[in-house]
Design a protein around this ligand. Structure first.
Ligand code: ADP
Ligand code: MG
Length: 440
């Protein structure tokens, strides 16, 4: 064991030379002990999950470089906390939709978030927030394009804080759900459940704030909530598709308050980061190995949106499952053909554009929109897609069926009928369909 302990001590010395004293003290002063070595992994004990996560996300590359300089053996440091050692973490694969009591997706953590140039600022700022929520930065305003990890990062803050303090009242809400909650409360003249949901929160996470533009009265209500939280020094995190100064249709006194805190933006990841994201997703969701040339092919073809990137990988995995074939570059090309085509034709006014608008509106990937899963998250958007392809693009049921992964024409007909009936009575659904049509 001395050998491994020695390696860590030496690595620490190099780290100390490389980083400012304050950083080094904060991160590594209490990271001392090597607890074991197993299969080439050297387990190093860290004092908290926060330190562990930070080391993994920000410093792991540097640490690996240093280690490689010290030994020619194939070794890697693994940073762990006390709890993991006493009760070994079960390496269960989480299902894609496991939510905790705060309605947060448990897979959206800091650890599963791949950090690179495109999102480092947003990431580091979020980590700062969880150290002392409500104190330094309020609100945190994260903005950027679709599918770049805003919701993931916001929920990582929520998950982290909820783990740290099980009793804190954390609410994640999409801005349009805030509007419907409010409208429902007013219409039924029952403010009680609305108030119960939104009062005395410790942390408020509001996703896609640009949607608030749809409700005037709701904005006033949100203004009250916002002021109440900031006065009590409770943390607010907001995401948006644009900077606060560019928000359209949202009252000035709100947008100016959004600018009181700190704004950070997330850009598109570069090729290297996209490959890292694919590797990470593969590790989380599959036991399969995928060769680098396939990963590179996927990463090169899905540049703008991490959700689509992930969807590309899932489609390749799914293909190999269904057709029981090896994952080769050839097979990846074949399975991704339709997705890549629709990426390229986004600008044109054709149905592929409609499909990508629908999948973005519902925060799902194109592969999932067209795919086989019957999860309710996908079924409604899929039916809307059928309806729009029929009524807006006048495609035949058979053609729509073939676009939607070979569904038969009665399935398509039923989907179209469902939406046609429901928009007569469901004003929200009608609003959603209208807003999609406006975008295409
Ligand atoms: P946005 O809210 O910006 O539209 P999401 O947070 O919903 O995007 O991200 C879309 C998908 O991409 C999610 O499955 C998320 O886990 C994944 N994702 C985005 N960025 C990253 C990243 N840096 N590392 C890992 N996964 C990411
Ligand atoms: Mg989002």
């Amino acid at each position: 064991m001395d050998f491994y302990q020695n390696l860590w001590n030496q690595t620490k010395d190099v780290l100390q030379e490389n980083f400012a004293e304050k950083t080094f003290e904060e991160m590594f002063s209490e990271v001392n002990k090597v607890v074991k070595e197993e299969n080439g992994l050297i387990y190093v004990l860290t004092p908290s999950t926060l330190i562990k996560t930070k080391i993994n996300n920000i410093y792991s590359k540097k640490i690996a470089e240093i280690l490689a300089g010290l030994t020619s053996q194939k070794l890697k440091f693994k940073f762990v906390c006390e709890e993991e050692l006493s009760s070994p973490v079960k390496e269960v694969k989480k299902t894609p939709f496991s939510f905790n009591k705060n309605n947060l997706n448990l897979n959206y953590t800091f650890e599963s978030f791949v950090v690179g140039e495109s999102n480092r600022l947003a990431y580091v700022t979020s980590m700062k927030i969880v150290e002392q929520p409500g104190v330094f930065i309020n609100p945190l305003y994260i903005f950027g394009g679709i599918g770049l990890g805003k919701t993931h990062l916001m929920q990582a803050i929520g998950n982290f804080l909820s783990e740290k303090n099980l009793d804190s009242k954390i609410l994640y809400v999409q801005a349009n759900d805030f509007i419907s909650d409010y409208i429902k409360a007013v219409q039924t003249q029952n403010m009680q459940s609305f108030e119960e949901k939104y009062e005395n929160l410790d942390v408020l996470l509001v996703d896609d704030i640009q949607m608030l533009a749809m409700g005037n009265k709701s904005q006033q209500e949100f203004f009250k909530l916002f002021n109440d939280m900031t006065t009590r020094q409770k943390q607010i995190v907001i995401t948006s598709d644009c900077p606060a100064s560019k928000l359209n249709g949202i009252m000035d006194r709100l947008t100016s308050r959004f600018q009181m805190g700190v704004s950070v933006d997330i850009h598109q990841p570069d090729l290297n980061q996209r490959i890292n994201i694919l590797k990470r997703k593969l590790l989380e969701n599959s036991t399969k190995t995928v060769a680098d040339d396939v990963l590179i092919y996927i990463a090169e073809n899905f540049k703008d949106n991490v959700r689509e990137l992930e969807g590309g990988l899932n489609r390749v995995l799914w293909y190999s499952e269904v057709y029981n074939t090896e994952i080769t570059l050839e097979m990846a090309k074949e399975s991704l053909d339709i997705l890549i085509k629709s990426q390229k034709t986004k600008e044109n006014n054709n149905y592929e554009n409609a499909l990508s608008v629908i999948s973005n509106t519902y925060n799902i990937s194109l592969a999932d929109l067209l795919g086989k899963s019957r999860n309710s998250r996908y079924v409604l958007p899929r039916h809307i897609a059928m309806y729009i392809l029929k009524n807006h693009y006048h495609l035949t049921y058979t053609k729509i069926g073939s676009i939607l992964n070979g569904r038969d024409h009665t399935t398509i007909m039923n989907g179209c009928n469902r939406i046609e009936e429901e928009i007569k009575t469901d004003s929200q659904l009608k609003m959603a369909v209208d807003s999609i049509l406006k975008k295409i």
